[in-house]
Write a protein that binds this ligand. Structure first.
Ligand code: NAD
Length: 260
């Protein structure tokens, strides 16, 4: 379905981004991985995905807090893959604290990684996509791009900003073959939310499964986690011809969280 396409997925060394990279690769799309982590483990993941999919899989370690490294990532994708047709912004971090106790440096890091990095990748990618008259930009926002929760000032502000950026990029490129959309997941079991599960598990003698059930019960009516595979399939839909007129949209994948 995506033979010959080229994708950059930020934050794809674990969790949702890695799952999306795999979903794109097995459809024939060559991919540029990005993210932090142990270099040996990342190289193993890269090789594994290349062997499984048969497409070119590269890795660039750009730190999403550094605009010049992000520019280098996008340049490397053009040089090594031949261009960028699909951009998925998935890099993200989380921190929970009341606003008066929220560390300013953590606020800055969340805004940089969860919001500003997408501005930097998008402005580079749009130039490459315009030349081909086709492009798909998919921002992994969150239910927290649509509604707030206590103790998440940085995250909620960044994700609302990302939804706003999505709409502007969609409008500026409407009719050009380039679409820009946001996927807004609810709770998805990845490293990002493990500290929140662990905090709730304390009330159950450290039982992480019980902590996970408490987390779901607070917000997610389905009481089931979203799966990484489901988010990969949603990404494939947004890359498909069926979604050519879907742009500037927020796709909530949240077990009913934002219907409440
Ligand atoms: P994760 O921690 O498994 O993945 C985060 C990725 O971002 C990793 O690859 C990490 O290396 C990368 N990253 C972090 N800081 C970086 C930096 N400075 N430079 C480059 N890469 C960096 O978490 P995840 O749940 O897969 O998160 C992916 C995205 O999904 C995030 O944007 C997150 O906000 C969003 N999201 C997650 C959930 C959830 O419940 N897990 C829900 C809604 C939205």
């Amino acid at each position: 379905m995506l033979q010959g396409k080229r994708a950059v997925i930020t934050g794809s060394t674990s969790g949702i981004g890695l799952g999306i990279a795999a979903a794109l690769a097995v459809q024939g799309c060559s991919v540029m991985l990005n993210g932090l982590g142990d270099p040996d483990r990342i190289e193993q993941q890269r090789q594994h995905l290349e062997q499984r999919s048969g497409v070119t899989v590269r890795y660039h370690g750009a730190d999403m807090t550094r605009p010049e490294e992000i520019r280098d990532l996008m340049r490397a994708a053009v040089e090594q893959l031949g261009g960028v047709d699909i951009l998925v912004n998935s890099a993200g971090i989380q921190h929970t604290a009341p606003v008066e106790a929220f560390p300013p440096a953590t606020w800055d890091a969340i805004i940089a990684i969860n919001l500003s990095a997408s501005f930097h990748t998008i402005r580079a990618a749009v130039a490459s996509m315009r030349g081909n008259g086709w492009g798909r930009i998919i921002n992994i926002a969150s239910v927290h791009g649509l509604v707030g929760s206590a103790n998440k000032a940085g995250y909620v502000a960044a994700k609302h900003g990302l939804v706003g950026l999505t709409k502007v990029v969609a409008l500026e490129n409407a009719g050009s073959g380039i679409t820009c959309n946001a996927i807004c997941p609810g709770w998805t079991r990845t490293e990002l939310i493990e500290p929140q599960i662990a905090a709730r598990a304390q009330a159950h003698g450290g039982d992480l499964e019980a902590g996970g059930r408490d987390l779901l019960a607070e917000k997610q009516p389905s009481k089931q986690f979203v799966t990484i595979d489901q988010l990969g399939q949603c990404t494939l839909f947004l890359c498909s011809d069926a979604a050519a007129q879907v742009t500037g949209a927020t796709l909530a994948v949240d077990g009913g969280w934002t219907a409440q």
